[in-house]
Design a protein around this ligand. Sequence first.
Ligand SMILES: NC(=O)c1ccc[n+]([C@@H]2O[C@H](COP(=O)([O-])OP(=O)(O)OC[C@H]3O[C@@H](n4cnc5c(N)ncnc54)[C@H](O)[C@@H]3O)[C@@H](O)[C@H]2O)c1
Ligand SMILES: O=C(O)C(=O)C[C@@H](O)[C@H](O)[C@H](O)COP(=O)(O)O
Ligand SMILES: [Zn+2]
Length: 364
Amino acid sequence: MRTLQVELGERSYPIYIGAGILDSIGTLSAKHGISRKSPHLIVTDDKVAPHYLSQVEEQLKSEGYTVISHIVPSGESSKSLQVYEEVMTTAINGKLDRSSAVFALGGGVVGDLAGFVAATYMRGVTFVQIPTTILAHDSSVGGKVAVNHPLAKNMIGAFHQPVMVVYDVNTLASLPPREVSSGLAEMVKHGLILDRDFAYWCRDNGEKLLSLDPETLIYGLERGCAIKANVVSQDEREGGLRAILNLGHTIGHAIEAVGGYGRFLHGEAIAIGMAGSARLAELLGRSADLHHETVSMLKAVNLPVTLPEDVSVERIMEAMQHDKKFTEGQMVFIVPEAVGSVAIVKDVPVEAVRSVVEQLKGEG
Ligand SMILES: NC(=O)c1ccc[n+]([C@@H]2O[C@H](COP(=O)([O-])OP(=O)(O)OC[C@H]3O[C@@H](n4cnc5c(N)ncnc54)[C@H](O)[C@@H]3O)[C@@H](O)[C@H]2O)c1
Ligand SMILES: O=C(O)C(=O)C[C@@H](O)[C@H](O)[C@H](O)COP(=O)(O)O
Ligand SMILES: [Zn+2]
């Protein structure tokens, strides 16, 4: 087992990464001071539960913990206020108290939903992340938790850090190929924003990553987590720097919303968004040839880089107005300047953005 640390003063926490470490969840919970006198809640989804829920329940029980579980339908539609209320009802009926913990067992959907429950139940209880997707190397780190509004992604949320992240890479073996690619979008993003060598490493190792070669995958997840942890440690609440983690997300979140939170996976939408950001960089004269490089990296892990013909440019433009980075009437974009380096650009002309979205429906 390897340990990375997210440095956040008194809210610092470890990311444990290893093969088979779900079997240590009970002992790790005890190590992190989780009470044996209060009941705890595991939140998971109906695709993850058949694989891993009983293992986690048994593990915690064998260490003397009392746990109840809530299984939500898999998929982005569970990041809703309705499902949030249902999980809250389970927590209240289960008599969780202020010393209780909420464990998120699953991908980013379960992590964001369960984290928002943990952030708000009795105004905040202990939160543990047990990620089971590649994408969750990003979502389980950093404490952004939220549910969606039909009009805009992650609109109802909080910052609530976990006390630990327990990342058992063995769980990734059951991921469907489309989810593997979706998760790799955030890994490529981590290279594109801050680490040129890592971005090219992802491209060169695309085949091995797609086939879940253990050594390659663990290196990629560790490097991705380390880049994310480093940014979060410098700017926990996105006062400035943290916004770079949003590369591709302004267009990507709009694509997800217009697709009804289900047509496009998060990683697919931000892959298209990253291709768009590279086009924007070229249009704004900030770099040449970045689109070609970005697209080659995304294609190496089977990600889409164009929008289907039937998606309305106007609806994308409309949905984009809700981007959380936009303030005081200014469109703010994370614009790549070179592979491994991005800028936060304010007041991007709306016509430039529209032109990029239109191009995404063409050859990308
Ligand atoms: N909080 C953050 O910082 C942050 C960062 C990135 C993404 N996100 C959010 O994360 C979400 C996407 O996360 P995701 O891609 O993990 O989606 P997800 O949680 O929906 O998981 C993807 C799919 O894989 C299934 N699954 C999960 N683990 C599995 C396993 N081990 N074996 C088999 N099937 C498994 C799930 O049931 C689901 O169908 C989006 O809502 C996105 O907004 C949040
Ligand atoms: O952690 C962050 O900060 C990110 O931007 C990571 C993103 O990958 C993630 O999708 C995040 O949930 C987006 O946050 P939002 O504030 O744009 O909703
Ligand atoms: Zn993301």
